[in-house]
Every structure is written in C-alpha cells, then in structure tokens.
Design a binder for this molecule. Sequence first.
Ligand SMILES: *[C@@H]1O[C@H](CO)[C@@H](O)[C@H](O)[C@H]1NC(C)=O
Ligand SMILES: *[C@@H]1O[C@H](CO)[C@@H](O)[C@H](O)[C@H]1NC(C)=O
Length: 250
Amino acid sequence: MLGISLIVLIWHVQTLLARHIPASNADTYLDSTHQTPIQAPDLPKKQDTLPEPGFFTLSAPVQLEAHIMSKCPDARDCILDQVVPAMSQLDPKIVNFTLSYIGKVSEGDDGVECMHGPNECLGNILQLCAAKLYPDPKQYLGFTYCTMKQYDLIPQRSLIQECAAEYGIAFSRLNDCASKDDGGYGMRLLRDSVERTRKAGVTKSCTVRVNETIWCVRDGGEWKECDGGADPKALVDHIQDLYNTKNGVK
Ligand SMILES: *[C@@H]1O[C@H](CO)[C@@H](O)[C@H](O)[C@H]1NC(C)=O
Ligand SMILES: *[C@@H]1O[C@H](CO)[C@@H](O)[C@H](O)[C@H]1NC(C)=O
C-alpha cells in the first residue's frame, strides 16, 4: 500500500511538472490500423408521454466482461485480438461491457497486490479511473487498448498522456483520480474490481465471460476453454444470438 502511494505520489509530482496536454476529440474508436470505428451508444432520450401499453419493450443488454491485469501479455492479446475487434462490430445497445481486474486484496490493510508489482496496480487504477470518468467504452476501452499495446511501458507518464489524448480523455482528470485521497480513491476502485473478479471465481488473466459464463481464456499465449472459437466474429455472433433469445427477437 505504501509502495503504491509512493508511486502515485511520485507520478503525481512528475505530472505537476509536466505541461498541460490538451485532449483531442476521439473521432474514431480504433487507431488507423483497424478498420471499423465503433458507434457511440445512443443516449436515452427524455420521454414526454408514456408509451402505449404493449408497445414499450425494455431491451436487456447481454453482459460481456473481460478480467485482466494491465501488464499481462495474455491480457494484451485478449483486448487487442478479441475484445476490441468484437466491440467495434457490436451495436452498443445490445452489450453491457465491464472491464475487471485480477489481483489479491492484501490482508490487514486496504491495499491490493498485483502479480506484476505496484506498477501494474497503478496501471489498473489508471484504466479504472478512465472507465469511471469516461464510461463510454469508445473512450475508456480505447484508452485501455492504446496502453495495452505497450503494456510493458505501463504506467509511464508519456504513454498515459499519449493514449489519453488519443481518446479524448483529460490527462489531468486521470491524474487527479489516481492521486485523490493520497491514492486511496483509486485503490478503492481497484479493490472493488478485484473483489468482483474474486466473487466471479475468475483467476486467469485474461478471462472473457458472456452472460456470466466463460467464453474464452487467454493463458500462456494460447486460447483455452474457448469452444465457441477465439475469433472476434464468433463472440459477436454469440452475443447477438443471446440478445435475440433474451429479447424475443426472431
Ligand atoms: C451493466 O454492468 C454493470 C456491472 O459492471 C451493472 O452494474 C449494470 O447494472 C449493468 N447494466 C445493465 C443495463 O445491464
Ligand atoms: C444467461 O445465463 C443464465 C444462467 O446463468 C441462464 O439462465 C440464461 O438462460 C442465460 N441467458 C441466455 C439468453 O442464454
């Protein structure tokens, strides 16, 4: 815990010294090496009148969750090769995506131990802060995708600044989130996420789950427990099928 606070502090001080980098608008979800930009989810519209009975149907999105660690090569493969390409093909209305983290809650204090050390914990916290501040996957998943491409450099300030700017995220807000309460705020985000993963019984980074059932595991550079296929298209089709079943679409 102290180690993390120290790193957060050092990182914060470094940032205070850095000049302000303006965040640009993220026009597209993927970088130029990928083809399909993701659609921004439609915002719910205010309704003046209640819809007629029988007309209104509440559509329930399919839950998609990836459990990762920010400095893990399997997580990189999972995010870059499966999750992001699938998300870019899915209608945002039919999927509810959650990114969760794997770690160990330290005994005796409020900290979290990360497999690749305090730098990984800080990387996880920065990605969680991005998700908290910019809940649209187009932004926070884009940011995460960008950092995971160079996971070995996480949490270097230059990488975080570059990826934040690329996806319209204000670096100063990320930094404030990670440093708030001497790092306690970000650590709580991480602890809650790690706890969520533990409750789901997930231990391997990366594990992709659909409707709370394991879809694929990326482990040791290989796809495992992946009977439906590791191809992003298989994941897209599966989510679309589940959505149709759930919502009575023929
Ligand atoms: C989406 O997932 C989150 C968990 O990350 C959950 O709290 C929320 O209720 C879900 N929303 C819908 C509409 O399913
Ligand atoms: C989602 O999973 C639950 C059990 O975890 C199951 O009862 C339900 O049928 C599944 N939904 C679909 C659409 O398959």
